[in-house]
Write a protein that binds this ligand. Sequence first.
Ligand code: SAH
Length: 462
Amino acid sequence: MNLNQTRLKLRQNNMTKRTTKQRAFALDDNGRGIVRINEKTVFVDDLLTDEEAEITTTYKYGKLKYATLEKRLTTSPDRVEPKCQYYNSCGGCNLMHLSYSKQLEYKQQKVQNLLHKFAHIDVEVNPTLGMENPYNFRNKIQVPVRLDSNGKIITGFFKKNSHEIIEIDGCLIENKRARPLLNAVKRSMEVFNVLPYDEINHDGILRHIIIRTSLHYDQVMLVLVTTKKDFSKKQGFVGKILEECPQITTIIQNINSEKTNVILGKTEKILHGPGYIKDSILGKDFLISSLSFYQTNPSQTEKLYSVALDEANISKSDTVLDAYSGIGTIGICASTKAQNVTCVEVVSSAVDDAKNNARMNNIKNINFIKDDCTNYIINNKVSFDVVFLDPPRKGSTPDFLNALKEISPKKIIYISCNPVTLSRDLTFLLDKYEIKSVTPVDMFPQSSHVETVVSLELKNLS
Ligand code: SAH
């Protein structure tokens, strides 16, 4: 489209564009530069604090729609060349253009800002605990499989702000052992003519490939997410993958026949091996099955749990609750210090894994309850001395938090992957609890996500 055609199209849509020189004064929660244009706050991709740039703003019916960077005029000393060739198009990472030490400072500041903004909490946030080598840390990759317009099988990640897949040959944050396996699955699809999923016609066989690698053991899990249970080429297809990659210790077929963006279905079939892999955290072994949650950055998980356990300062007479316990990792790590531990988790396969994990580590002072945490705490009203809570991104519930206050544990350790819901949840606790420390841990280098451990102590109200 030439300039006149662009102008005409804009006029037809009642759109206008304006290019002005601007300077970013901070980064937003998603790592975008923040600028003020005509008293409006605007967020710009790939612009760092203090960088000046020509920014084009697009208005529809006079209302600002979006802002794009035309040309960077100055370069921040904190800017680095992203190592990944797909960085500008892939929606996975969003901070790779910021030096790693500044990423850690950014996350510390982000937690500080959000606690202030959503909970009026002004405490000093500790420096973010980072990685020595912030690459190749992800122990799990899950990639969609599709046919491109030329009929070629492609695997990749979603493009920024879109549902379109870009083909990716390698990812710098994934465990190095995953990629050869993914390529072997693709080759076997070609040989046995196993069709990728076609989202529009809801047709084809293979939707997603998931690979989970153990950090401490030579074990790898492959999950094939398929549209149906049986497909005629299965035997040969799986046989060829195993022949090429004998390092795969287990293969699981997950069946998801729904029209949905949710990756995993509810039914599974073990095609090879035991159906789980083993990893270890802080000297304890854990079996992980395909439907159970397991932290994706295993070496940082040890730092995360170490902070949580140090802050909890558990003594032999303490009773401990591990709420939102997954496969029981925190509870099992805490059990050797405590009198006893109760783990509560809603996903039954995770609870099964957790029970096996306790048995495998020969831990007897622990029990596992499959329940919704809010139901459990309201219906049981058992008291605990120390409570760990590690809910999913949406956080906990007011009912859980109010019931928690009633049972009054002397220590609460809140582990959160979302500082917004963390802030909201803390507001329920602060009349009875005092924040002792806030420590961000970098579980997700190269992205703006941050994990936080907050240590709370019961106030002496007498
Ligand atoms: N503490 C674990 C798991 C944290 S992820 C670890 O560090 O690995 C959060 C967990 O909460 C997941 O296992 C999820 O299945 C579980 N969960 C989500 N909603 C829940 C609810 N309402 N009640 C109990 N568990 C829940």
